[in-house]
Design a protein around this ligand. Structure first.
Ligand SMILES: CC(C)(COP(=O)(O)OP(=O)(O)OC[C@H]1O[C@@H](n2cnc3c(N)ncnc32)[C@H](O)[C@@H]1OP(=O)(O)O)[C@@H](O)C(=O)NCCC(=O)NCCS
Length: 415
């Protein structure tokens, strides 16, 4: 047993969501993550969407757990000296400022390589090289430019963004993969390298199946889409409501209590192997003898009617009853779980996916632990740090600075 990333030091220059979600996973995996924030201000999310007056918001605490925090202005003279030492002593630097911000602080990649050839320098930007490379980007900009919004929503409705933060947290996870690969490569090469992830690219990677469908359009209508057979297909992949993105048609159907409970729904999948069991359980065994229904091909133009029949049955049961009946029959289905149900789910607490953390100033709060489980290295999930909580500890313990040097840096506003 031991922390997987024990001994890896991360110089965390990230803010808001995309970058912090990356470094938080690295901290959960046992890296020593040193979050650098602007003196007196800190990460803007500390004060955003506050629920407890005057204290760090859940936005901040849920994205910056298990880290240490230092305040430092690398634009000041003393700040540059401290920042230089931090670069020399860390393994990975992560940032997600607007393009050029770290260069403007006086630390372009060439300089970082000179200071520490083993340094891995990882960045998130909105776009890769091209016409939009200088743009500032937030979550929904990435969802819109990466193909998610144009392919999400009701078939006759406006483009829709999703609640899953695929632009921010999705890119953060992509960056984690890049950093771990660069760390592994450094074992052999002895050198660090530059790792970059564009939010548009990460969203597109998660929308891969829609680029698949764009190419399939050239060969005829997309028969598993709700537009088939009546509606028309245009030049681009349309929005598909709740249709499944895979080879087995699926849809969201109502369950008992849907009139009052906005989450009394279940997603049902008409998988080829499980179709006989599904037809039988909903009382439509006759479909299995009927050539209009007994092959996936024959069912494609009748999916609306088939899901309406399934719904007639699911409306007589709660979503959990449907799940309990269908699971033993290997019929794939998924109840629509509300955030309340997820927050209260004992199994998610038991696996450490939902963790209650104690915070001395704002009290207990829930966070998402590490969704990546390692058998020998349990996740290290701790509360987020206060602004500058570890400044002294890091300057003295790690950088060997004395009282006079620290006082001088303070006087200059560098820390
Ligand atoms: C998220 C984003 C739109 C926010 O933009 P913003 O609030 O205007 O912040 P910026 O990134 O431009 O950086 C703010 C400034 O603070 C400065 N700053 C940051 N940390 C500092 C510190 N510790 N000390 C002193 N100055 C600091 C930066 O140097 C920058 O100054 P400059 O523009 O004069 O060079 C932008 O950072 C961005 O596009 N990031 C990349 C994509 C991304 O990650 N987006 C998703 C975020 S969830």
């Amino acid at each position: 047993m031991g922390k997987a990333l024990e001994g890896v030091r991360i110089l965390d220059m990230t803010h808001v969501q995309s970058g912090p979600t990356c470094t938080q996973i690295l901290a959960y995996m046992g890296a020593d993550v040193i979050k650098v924030e602007k003196p007196g201000e800190g990460d803007p999310t500390r004060g955003q969407l506050r629920d407890v007056p005057g204290e760090d918001s859940l936005y901040f605490t849920m994205l910056n757990g298990s880290k240490r925090a230092i305040t430092l202005n690398p634009k000041s003279k003393a700040g540059k000296e401290i920042f230089t030492k931090l670069i020399q002593q860390c393994d990975v630097m992560v940032e997600n400022f607007a393009p050029g911000a770290i260069d403007r602080m006086g630390f372009p990649w060439e300089r970082i390589q000179e200071l520490n050839p083993r340094m891995i320098y990882a960045s998130i930007k909105g776009f890769g090289d091209g016409p939009f490379e200088d743009c500032k980007v937030y979550e929904n900009v990435a969802q819109c430019t990466g193909g998610a919004a144009s392919t999400t929503g009701e078939i006759d409705g406006v483009p829709m963004v999703t609640g899953a933060q695929i632009g921010d947290s999705g890119t953060g996870i992509h960056l984690v993969a890049g950093i771990l690969a660069a760390l592994y490569h450094r074992e052999k090469s002895g050198r660090g390298q530059r790792v970059t992830c564009a939010m548009q690219d990460a969203v597109l990677n998660l929308c891969r199946v829609k680029l698949r469908d764009q190419q399939r359009l050239a060969h005829g209508p997309l028969k598993e889409y709700p537009q088939y057979p009546g509606g028309k297909f245009g030049a681009a992949v349309p929005r598909a409501g709740n249709a499944s993105g895979g080879g087995h048609p699926g849809w969201v159907v109502k369950c008992k209590g849907w009139e009052k409970d906005p989450d009394a729904y279940i997603y049902m999948i008409t998988q080829l192997q499980a179709f006989p069991a599904l037809a039988e359980v909903i009382g439509r065994k006759d479909w299995l003898e009927n050539p209009d229904y007994n092959t996936p091909q024959a069912r494609l133009p009748r999916l609306k009617e088939i899901f309406a029949e399934i719904e007639r049955w699911t409306m007589t049961k709660t979503k959990f009853e449907v799940m309990a009946i269908c699971n033993p029959l290997n019929i794939p289905c998924g109840p629509i779980l509300s955030m309340k149900e997820i927050a209260e789910e004992p199994a998610l607490r038991a696996t450490g996916t939902v963790v209650e953390v104690d915070h001395p100033k704002r009290g207990k709060y829930l966070t998402v632990g590490n969704p990546i489980k390692l058998s020998d290295s349990p996740a290290d999930v701790r509360r987020s740090p206060f602004l500058g909580e570890h400044t002294d500890e890091i300057l003295r313990g790690m950088l060997g600075m004395n009282d006079a040097q620290i006082e001088a840096a303070k006087a200059e506003g560098a820390i």
